[in-house]
Each structure stands twice: as C-alpha cells, then as structure tokens.
Design a protein around this ligand. Structure first.
Ligand SMILES: [Zn+2]
Ligand SMILES: [Zn+2]
Length: 57
C-alpha cells in the first residue's frame, strides 16, 4: 500500500487545507503545487501511464 497521507513528491504530510491530487492509476497522492513544479500533468510514479484526478478532502 502506497502511503497516502503524505506527498509522494516532497514527502510532507498532507494538511486539511492542502490542494491535493491523486493518481487514478496507482493512487499515490501529491500536492497540486508539487506536481506543477515538475511541469508535468501525469503521475511521477507511473510516468507514461498515470492519470491524475483531483481528490476532495
Ligand atoms: Zn508535496
Ligand atoms: Zn500513478
């Protein structure tokens, strides 16, 4: 089970107010800002086959 309570990219634990996205494929989660820094719109774990969906908390 991939840890889902912290950001896969930066490793920081999520807080309630954070803007979080989740990969529909492998279900890892990361801050939207962390994903934006990578200038990618797909999962860094799945690389070519990841899809990102917004997770509402
Ligand atoms: Zn992060
Ligand atoms: Zn993924």
């Amino acid at each position: 089970m991939v840890g889902s309570k912290q950001c896969y990219i930066c490793g920081e634990p999520f807080e309630r107010a954070d803007d979080i996205v989740e990969c529909e494929h492998c279900h890892v989660r990361f801050h939207r800002a962390c994903l934006a820094e990578r200038e990618e719109d797909h999962c860094p774990r799945c690389v070519d086959e990841g899809w990102i969906s917004v997770v509402e908390f």
